[in-house]
Design a protein around this ligand. Sequence first.
Ligand code: GH3
Ligand code: MG
Ligand code: MG
Ligand code: MG
Ligand code: MG
Length: 302
Amino acid sequence: MRILIAEDAPSDRMLLRFHLEKLGHQVIEVSDGEQLVSFFFSHAEEVDLLVVDLNMPHKSGVQAVNEIRAFQGSYDANWVPIIILSGSESDDDVLRCIEAGADDYLVKPIQHKVLAAKLMAMTRLDEMRQKLMAMNARLEALSTTDYLTNLPNRRAFEKNLQDEMAKAGRYGQSLCVAVFDIDHFKQVNDTYGHEGGDVVLKELSRRLVSEKRAGDQFGRIGGEEFGLCLPHTDLENALIACERYRQLLSKKPFLYDEYSIDLTVSVGLCRFTTETDQLELIKGADQALYQAKHAGRDCVVV
Ligand code: GH3
Ligand code: MG
Ligand code: MG
Ligand code: MG
Ligand code: MG
C-alpha cells in the first residue's frame, strides 16, 4: 500500500516509516495538518491509506479528516481509509475522530503488531469498497444497455433525451428526435426465424452506430424500433441526417447464413420546441412515422 503519514514529531515519523516499510508499504510523509490536506487534494489517486496524528500544528488531525471526508463525499473513487494516531486515551477523542470520518484510532506508543493488524483490516475494507464500486458500475451498465444490440435501452435513451431537451431549452438550441421502424420486419422473422431477425437487429444497430455523427444518439426503444436524438440540429439538417441513415440501411443487404436480406426503414421526425414535453416530442415523431408507413414505407416524414 501507498501510505501517507501526517505526523509533526520527527522521531514518531521515523519510527512509523520504519515499521511500515518493514511491512512492505510505500511511505510518503507530511509534517502537519495543512500539508496533509493540500497533498491529499492534489495527489488523492497516489494514496491508499492515511495515518494521521491527532495533535499537529496549523490543522489538527480531526480538522484535516473533516475536510478530506467533505471533499470526497461518499465512498467515491478517491476514498481512502484513515487511521488516527494519538497520545490521548480519552474516549471523547476516539469518538470525535471516528465521527469526523476516521476509520480507526490507535494510542501511542504504537505497537507495531497492532498497527500491522489494523492495516490488514483497512485493506479488507478497501477491497470490499472496490468490489462494491465495480458491481455498481456493472449494474449501471446493465440497466441502461440493451442486451441484444448493446445500444442504450429505452430508459437510457429517454434520460439522455430529457437532458438534451433541458439544454436545448436553456441555451435556445435546436433539437430533433426521430423514430426508426423496420419495414415488414415480421416477414424477416417469418422467413429466417427469430434468430435471423436478431442477427439483422444487431447488424443494423452496429451500422447505425459506426456511421453516426458525433453527438447523435441512437437507442433501442422497442422490438424493431430505434430512437434517434439529434442535438444542435434544425429540422432541415435532421432530415438530411435521417435520409443518410435510411439509405445506409437500404443500400446494402444484411447477411444471415447464406441469405442476403434486403431491408428498409420508415422514419418519423419531430422538432423540439420549448412547449413540447418529452411525451409529446416522441408522440410527434411516432405520428410522422405512421404517415411514413402510409406513404409507402422506406422514407423519412416530418
Ligand atoms: P411495419 O412495416 O408496419 O412496421 O411491419 P412490421 O412487420 O415491421 O411491424 P410489426 O410491428 O407488426 O412487427 C414487428 C415485429 O418485430 C414483430 C416482432 O416479433 C418483431 N420483433 C420485436 N422484437 C424482436 C426481437 O428482439 N427479435 C426479433 N427477431 N424480432 C423481434
Ligand atoms: Mg485508492
Ligand atoms: Mg503531534
Ligand atoms: Mg414496430
Ligand atoms: Mg416495423
